[in-house]
Write a protein that binds this ligand. Sequence first.
Ligand code: HMG
Ligand code: MG
Length: 299
Amino acid sequence: GLPSSVTIYEVGPRDGLQNEKKVIPADVKVAFIDLLSGAGFKAIEATSFVSPKWVPQLGDAAEVVARMRKAPGVEYPVLTPNMKGLAGALAAGCREVAVFAAASEAFSRKNINCSVRDSLKRFEEVVVAARKEGVKVRGYVSCAVGCPIQGAVEPAAAADVGAALHHMGCYEVSMADTIGVGTPASMERMLGATLAAGVPAARLAVHCHDTYGMAVANIIAAMRMGVAVVDASVAGLGGCPYARGATGNVATEDVMYMLDGYGISHGLDWGRVLDASEYISAALGRPNGSRAAKALLAR
Ligand code: HMG
Ligand code: MG
């Protein structure tokens, strides 16, 4: 069966904007987050406390966190790749953080400059320190079904990393098809292996990219396996710097349209989601990347 409600975890301000070529002023980021804050999301991933040499676009993380509105009942997690990132996040007052491992050795080295095994050791330190402060930690498994460098990824490799993050204390593990090559079949194999490795469906999220137009189908496959948290970004923002041709995250609006069709509640306000989506599309100077948004706005 399908869940009766699904939580959309909005990643637009972080995953959506990290990869933009033009510098986006902090004002725009703050205004975007503030629009999202009124739309009904329970979690909005705001930015990353990563090295500005690696991701210059998010070098203003502390400023953005300081200036964004913190709506009651909304969490604003930030990415923290190491203890330095955690220290920055804590100093900024963040109460939710996320660590990000990869199912592929090659991607791990390219993205965070260390092996998967070393990254898990580093993340364990971050998770322990964060939880000591009462801060929740989410875990990501990038390249869970495919890697831009090594190609296919074994379901067992994704499952092992997911289980490691779960066992070290991540409250939720998001299995990410970073380059959007997955199909419902490969998602089912990967999620099946992850469930078998001991991560309960209630602790799993999926993070799909729409490169091949499979993202919504992949999410439905995941929902049928009990997953009820879905990462998405309004206007389908995003991409992967290490994967040529990879497109953005699945659009929040496209997921909402699918959920509405099933009568599955998501708690989001269509008008406000579309306002945030149109705002950021205009600020980036490009057409809205969500097909559902485009269709609805054309009516
Ligand atoms: P490194 O170069 O190996 O790190 O990078 P280091 O410890 O040797 O430090 C090098 C320099 O960076 C030093 O500065 C540090 O102080 C500084 P210097 O002495 O040269 O002036 N530094 C930092 N500065 C600010 N904040 C920090 C920090 N850490 C070190 N936290 C590191 C290793 C992990 C830091 C780097 O590789 C990095 O920041 N990577 C982040 C990459 C990233 O954010 N990628 C995108 C997110 S993951 C993703 O998109 C996938 C996901 O969205 C899922 C999906 O979409 O599928 C999650
Ligand atoms: Mg993504």
